[in-house]
Structures are given as C-alpha cells and as structure tokens.
Design a protein around this ligand. Structure first.
Ligand code: GLA
Length: 717
C-alpha cells in the first residue's frame, strides 16, 4: 500500500517504489514534515518528531521549520503557504487536524481553524512506478463571511538539514535562449524563481532540482542525491528556495501561484484549489531526475488520448516565408514537403483576417480572401491528396487593435480605463477570465475545426502583459485575473479537444515561453524556441528535455544562420532528431539532391522515432558550466524493452582536431549483445555487450568540421 497511516507512531507514510515522504501528526494537531528521501524498509527507521529549537524570543521558529504547510501563526520568518484576511482583520491561522481519508494512491488531510470557519485540505497523490508525488491545497471557506486570500501556495517542503550543502539547478533564459541550465550553491537567504507576466515566462521555468553536495561533490548524470520538482501551472508562479543561517541551517522549497499582485475573494461555501506541485527524489543523479519526470508526464500529465501516439513529422513555412502565405505558395511547398516524407503540413501566421503583417488582423479568425480566394478547402484537399495531414496556427488569446474584433469589443482586452493600453508586437491580450470571451473563442475555433479537415493546431501567445485590469469587474476582484485567465484557457482547450479529438494541440509562446506541466496537461506538444540554429539548439533542447518529455519538444530543420555557419543537412537533421521532428526550411530553395537527402533523413527519423520519442533519455556528454569547453555533445535513447538504442553525437565547434570521447550508454541489458550500425569509428567492434557499452563505451565517427554522428544499437541475443 503506497499510503498508510500508522496510528501508534502518528505517521502518514507516502511511499513510491524507491522513495518515501513522511508526515507526523503532532499531539497538538499540527502537521510536521519528517522525511523525504530514500524509502526505508522498516517504518520505525524513519526519523522521529523534530525537537523544538525555540530557544529565544528572537528565534521562535523551532517546529515551524518542520511545518508541512507553513501558515502565519506565531512566526513569519519563512515562506508561508497561505496569507489571508478574515472579515474582522485577523490575519493568522490556528489549524488543527480534523480527519484524513486514504483512497488508494490519494491522501487528503483536513485541518480546521480553532475559531474561524476555515478548512484546509492538503491533498497528496503518489505515482509509485515514477517515484513521483504530487500535492496541492484546497482552501475552503466554511464560515459565514468573506475571506480574502493574499497568498496560496501549493506546498512547501523542508530538505534534510543534517546531510550537507545543497546546490540549486534551474532553467532560465530569454526569448531565443530558453531553458539554459543554471547551477548555484544554496546560501542563507531566499532565492525566488518566478513568472509574473501572465505566462510561464522565457526568463525562468517552474522547475527546481536540489542536489546534495558532500565531500565527494554534487550529483552527476549517473549518481548522487537530488530532490526536485515543478508546478502544474502556466500563469504567474513562484518557487522559493530558502535557507536559514547556521547553526540551525534549514533549507526549504515552496512553490505555487505567485502572490505578486494576487488576491482572491473566497465567499462562504467556496473552495480555492491550488495547482499541483510535483515532487521527486532520486539517489541516481540528474539522468534519473529526467527519466522519472518523463515517465510521470507521459503516463499522467500529457492528454492521455494522444500520449502514446508517435508525433508526426511536420512542415511549417514560418521561417521560410513569414507572413507571405497564400494558396499558390503553400501548395508548392506542400508538394516539396510531401517529397521529403513530411506527414503534417502546417500553415503558420498570416492566413486570416487582415493579417499580412503583425500590425493587423489578430482576433479575426476568418480566412483572408485575397490570399485564399477559394477558402482553405482547396489547399487542404491538396495537402491530403499528397498524403499529409493539415494544421493551422492560431493565437486566440490575443487581439490587434486594428481588427474587427477589437473594434467590436475593446473591453475584452486587459486594460485600465484611464490609461492608454501598451501594445507589444502591436497586440493586446484578451481577458480569458471572462465567460463571454471564452464562449466567443470556443465558437470561432470550433467553427473552423468543424468546417475544415484539420488535424493540428499551433496555439501561440506572443507577448507579456501590461495593464492587467479588466472592464466590468469590481475593483476588489481585479487581482483574480491572473488565475482566472488560466482557468479559462485550460477549460477552453479541453472543450475543443473534446469536440475535436483528432486534433493535436501544440503549445507555443514566442518559442518556448510557456512550457510547463500545466500546458502539457492540455497540449500534446510544444514549440521549443524561435532559435533554430542547430548548434544553439543543443543547450536549449537539453534544458527543455531535462524536465519535459522528448516527444513534446519540437525541433525544426531550418535555414537559420546558414550564411554564418554552413551546417550540413546531416548536422541540422541530427540536431533536430532529439525531439519531435519538423522542417522549416524554404524547400523552394532546395535542389533535387537536397530534397532527396532530406527524404533520407526523414525516413531515418521515422525508423528511429519509436526509440527517440518513447525511449529513456541519457545525456552522454551533457552541457553545463563545467563542460563549457567540451568539443562535442551526445545523447542516447534506449527503448523501454532495451531491444534498441539510438545515439546522436554532434561537434560543438568548427575545427579539424578534436579529442575523441567514448560514449558510455547505460540502460541497456548488460548480458545482451548489441549490433552497432551507423557512424561508429573505424576499427571499433560492431557487436558489444550491454555491459561493455556502459563500461568502456563506444567511439563515434566524427569527421570534418561540425561533424554529426548517428549510431543505432540493436539487440542480437
Ligand atoms: C511566434 C512563434 C513562431 C511563429 C510566429 C508567428 O513567434 O514562436 O513560430 O508562429 O509567432 O507570428
């Protein structure tokens, strides 16, 4: 049983295959966190209740540092999960355990305030085979008067304090340099990672990993203890990693909806549910962090109707022709794309309204009559006849002021009545918290999807917010937008999915600006970055796939930077093999030979796609601060049944001399023999045992400038 309550010891024991999370129900009815780490065989071996270190009037926190859900009580030194105001102005809580329910892999513990009508339900779920646990809070107004919530985090967890120091790994970036891996020591004080612009953000991603740094150093790809997690939320969010000073050094991590500019009015009888916080622990290093997160998201986060489907190879002409889409040019590109073996042809921005540039038309989701005088049907028929599916770009949450939609409903965009709204990319954001906006968008999108044979939607979101006010919403509720926008968005997408189950939904936000487990629970895949330089992409893709599943990470072969760095097609394709594959090159400029070569690589990708998209990912030569000077980058994918593996190695520098590195791929069956094919260095054996591949490694053949190698391994016995 993954969840148990041990009456005598007053312990809630939440166990996965390899990890445990233990909560202690103290005599006074408070919940204290006892343990999060490796699963122990005997429950009696988990540590006992913590000592209260409240030894001075200035250092009263003692037990609160172990609080399972810190709330303002007698101290406020650490990040609390909840801040509120009762109608009479009281701003603290005295919560006491009331009851709990264990239902299979779910646990709900209810606490009540000792005076006010206030109920807190802490909900936990364990995913034993993924070694992942999730938690969230439900805030219930069980009284008679309104309660104002100023902060509601999903959870906060202490890390072991008696083991050593921690190092924080997180992902940061900008538009076109998303998902860069940052590592830094955790020091006394507070480190806040956050998004507060009404989208996840390019700057930070809701993910943390805290590895233990002991005398041997920190965790590596293959070993070391790591506590990690994330948030299933796409609106304003924050993750706080904090540490108190020695000698009572304590480290905690909290995560949830950002309290910046947040307020929620909770009326009697209402419940506020926080997003889920994801938590995981492994003693097997960062590689295992990735594999556990991938397994969890494939089985429990991604929309399950398509989670197991292989993602089709797509063509998208955005980088090739930008807004210049019309029936003739798209038909010509479709023919070339079909010759390359593409399975899904996507028309990007520019097909609707007056959208011939980015200054007009957003919001008017009707086909542009100059560009497609016969509507989209002839193009779709053509694409379908060529054996491809058809997809379309939309940006439903946005509006250009120069659009019929804005002229009809200026109030639908976020704004303050007495301020001129600030445009970014000449557009404003629609208030998706409004039911009429949701209804309108559902109507137009449902209309398009019903009228045409569409198999894919690329759903974009291309600016950060300003003037986050809304018309016709009382002043006291204005700060609820941040949450209501995403409740509205998720609901809208879910309704469309239900009505049009064949459609693959791709999430995009100026590249990878809105990638998180919230989006991935409603969208099937993401656009990773508008930077498609195959070399820059290595770090971006590594960061994305550190957390999010490979099959959701879309990678296109394009012509970007071709004049500055003449990447071969082989290089461009192999860089893009590391996720879902797309082509974004201007195929009209491709010679027959290049089309044939592209067709070869697409066929190779399709052959290897089950292993890449569904295999377990191993970073063989990862990129990080310590390996900045490293010549090459390599990843491996091992099929779940270990019958096959794929290794991709790419040079990172344009040079003739390099230090060859053997690639040691774990994860294979040690006793089986594997045949190596593809770009293996000369004089290397063609058949090796799984054990040898892990222990001595294989040497790729990397020859010439910016060389790229693809090796496949197939089990023989
Ligand atoms: C964003 C996307 C691009 C493209 C453009 C269209 O920048 O990331 O892929 O769709 O919008 O305007």
């Amino acid at each position: 049983m993954p969840i148990r309550y041990l009456d005598e010891q007053r312990l809630f024991l939440l166990e996965t295959d390899r990890t445990a999370y233990v909560i202690y129900l103290a005599e006074h009815g408070q919940l204290l966190h006892l343990y999060w780490g490796e699963k122990l065989v005997f429950p009696a071996d988990y540590p006992g209740p913590p000592l209260n270190h409240a030894h001075s009037a200035f250092n009263t926190w003692g037990n609160d540092m172990a609080a399972e859900f810190p709330v303002p009580y007698n101290v406020q030194e650490i990040e609390t999960c909840l801040r509120l105001r009762f109608a009479d102005g009281t701003r603290d809580l005295r919560l006491k355990y009331s009851e709990h329910i264990i239902d299979g892999d779910n646990l709900a513990i209810t606490l009540k305030d000792e005076f006010y009508g206030f109920t807190l339900r802490l909900v936990y779920r364990v995913y034993p085979e993924c070694d992942i646990l999730t938690r969230r809070a439900e805030i219930i107004n069980s009284g008679q008067e309104i309660i104002r919530l100023d902060e509601v985090l999903s959870g906060s967890v202490p890390l072991p304090y008696d083991r050593g120091d921690f190092r924080l790994s997180h992902l940061s970036g900008t538009h076109v340099t998303e998902f860069q891996l940052d590592r830094e020591p955790v020091k006394p004080g507070r480190k806040v990672l956050e998004g507060r612009q009404n989208y996840t953000g390019h700057a930070h991603n809701p993910f943390f990993a805290l590895d233990l740094v002991d005398s041997q150093g920190g965790a590596t790809e293959t070993g070391g203890e790591v506590w990690f997690g994330g948030l299933q939320w796409s609106g304003n969010w924050k993750i706080v990693v904090e540490q108190t000073r020695s000698p009572l050094k304590r480290t905690r991590v909290a995560a949830g909806i950002n309290d910046w500019d947040f307020e929620w009015q909770l009326w009697p009888g209402q419940t506020f549910e926080t997003p889920w916080m994801t938590l995981g622990y492994t003693s097997a290093g960062f590689g295992q962090v990735t594999r556990n997160l991938h397994r969890y998201q494939l089985a429990h986060i991604l929309p399950q109707d398509k989670a197991a489907d292989l993602r089709p190879v797509l063509y998208n002409s955005w980088e090739a022709v930008l807004f210049n889409v019309n029936e003739t040019t798209q038909m010509a590109l479709a023919e070339k794309a079909a010759r390359c073996g593409v399975e899904l042809f996507v028309v990007d921005d520019g097909w609707f309204g007056a959208r011939e540039h980015d200054r007009a038309g957003l919001g008017d989701w009707t086909v542009n009559p100059q560009r497609f005088p016969r509507g989209l049907q002839p193009l779709i028929d053509h694409v379908n006849r060529l054996g491809m599916q058809f997809g379309l770009w939309v940006e439903p949450e946005m509006v250009n002021p120069d659009s019929d939609l804005y002229r009809a409903h200026p109030d639908w965009a976020y704004h303050y009545p007495n301020r001129v709204p600030t445009e970014a990319r000449n557009q404003l954001i629609l208030n998706l918290g409004r039911l009429d906006v949701q209804e309108y968008l559902f109507g137009v999108l449902d209309g398009i999807l019903s009228k045409y044979n569409i198999d894919y939607i690329k759903w974009d979101y291309n600016r950060a917010i300003s003037e986050a006010g809304g018309a016709q919403i009382p002043a006291g509720n204005q700060r609820e937008h941040w949450v209501r926008h995403y409740q509205g968005l998720y609901r809208l997408v879910d309704r469309l999915r239900e009505r049009h189950p064949q459609v693959i939904f791709e999430n995009c936000s100026g590249g990878g600006g809105r990638v998180d487990m919230g989006m991935l629970s409603h969208f099937d895949q993401s656009w990773t970055s508008d930077n498609t330089d195959p070399l820059d992409r290595l770090a971006i893709q590594q960061g994305y796939s550190l957390v999010y599943p490979v099959k959701t990470m879309f990678c296109w072969v394009t012509d970007m930077n071709q004049n500055a760095a003449p990447y071969s097609l082989r290089y461009r394709f192999l860089s893009s093999f590391m996720g879902g594959l797309g082509i974004g090159s201007n195929l009209n400029h491709f010679s027959d030979g290049q089309i044939q070569e592209a067709a070869y690589w697409v066929a190779e990708y399709k052959r290897l796609r089950p292993v890449i998209q569904h295999g377990e990912l191993y970073r063989l030569l990862p990129l990080n601060a310590e390996t900045e000077q490293q010549d090459s980058f390599a990843v491996g994918y091992v099929a779940p049944d270990k019958s096959q593996a794929v290794v991709i190695a790419l040079d990172r520098r344009s040079h003739h001399w390099r230090n060859p590195r053997r690639l040691r791929l774990p994860g294979l069956d040690p006793a089986a023999h594997y045949r190596l094919a593809g770009d293996v260095a000369d004089r290397e054996p063609q058949v090796l045992s799984g054990q040898a591949i892990q222990a001595r490694g294989i040497l790729p053949k990397l020859e010439g400038e910016l060389a790229a190698a693809l090796i496949t391994l197939t089990r023989e016995s």
